[in-house]
Design a protein. Structure first.
Length: 120
């Protein structure tokens, strides 16, 4: 959902999403929650963070994980402290969708040079 929301609000940014224990397919509740805001997540395939081991990101937003330093390189890491809704129902996914969207909007509300300077 984070990747989808970032793509929706910042279509000119390169955005990726990955997890430490990704599932085989997108969670059906995540697909449903994102379809409610006009995004088709049904074809999304979860990826493991090791897929990005050779990539240095400007910004990594981590959610519900203790550390990503062993998996990815980033100039700037934010701990968004957003719970994993995987064991919840659709209402939990909706709440998490809203929390993620708030964070994405907050990053985008900063002047771009401020975001990039924090990443430098």
């Amino acid at each position: 959902m984070a990747e989808a929301l970032a793509r929706m609000h910042a279509p000119d940014w390169e955005v990726h999403s990955a997890g430490i224990e990704p599932g085989e397919d997108a969670n059906p509740n995540a697909v449903r929650a994102m379809s409610e805001v006009g995004y088709d997540l049904s074809k999304h395939r979860p990826r493991h963070v090791s897929d990005f081991k050779r990539t240095t990101f400007d910004l990594v937003a981590k959610m519900d994980v203790p550390d990503v330093g062993n998996f990815v390189s980033a100039k700037w890491v934010e701990n968004w402290d957003i719970p994993d809704p995987a064991n919840g129902g659709i209402e939990e996914f909706r709440k998490v969708r809203e929390l993620i969207e708030e964070r994405v909007r907050a990053v985008l509300a900063q002047p771009q040079q401020d975001v990039l300077s924090r990443a430098a």
